[in-house]
Design a protein. Sequence first.
Length: 246
Amino acid sequence: MTLDRASSAPADTWLPELASLFTDLGDGSTVTRPREDVLRMITERGLLVIDGAEHASVSISSPGGFETVASTSDLPPRVDAIQHELRSGPGIDAAAEQRTLQADDLRADARWPVFGRRAAESTGVLSMLSLCMVSEDDGHRTGLNFYASTPNAFTDQSRLIGLILAAHGALTLTRLHQRERIENLTRALASNRNIGTAVGIVMAMHKLTQPQAFDLLRVASQHSHRKLADVAADVVETGTLELPRR
């Protein structure tokens, strides 16, 4: 790709920031930050490395459409709200079609005439760069978006760096999802083991069958307004079950 736009910054001004971001994010396997913090970090650092960007956001698909889940200011959600209402715009199309889209002047872009006019008039945004963060997640489509108030704000270099950032962000999100899924499975297995052990304890204590012991645990859970797993954990720890008084 030829980086021929005059506004392209020398590599030594953005490579350190990009490298620092990748170091902070890791690959997702060692990241301990919540997902929301990772997304916020991607948008904030993106402003430092994407030539021409004034604002940034991340949008994720949901059953009702798309939701803006991270933003560097209150402007991206306003722009995104128009896209979400119309179900049309660079951000939505980039995520849905899993490709990169660039709008150099929304006032005259034939691909999104209604969105472009409304976005320019109500928010002042004229340029957008939207990329898809393709991750092996839970079926959601994630878009990384950059906004500017001037036409032709994004260079070829902006697009290249955005692709690198989106690719690493997608990898991080995939690993985070995998880690969260493993942690959830581990907790579920531990919970099931506790419930099984608690059932055995109650069976021996009250000379009950397995279904009867499980029902007794369930009744104790409902009566105490506590999760069955928590009641079972207490039984395993104390060796007793506190029964509701008649």
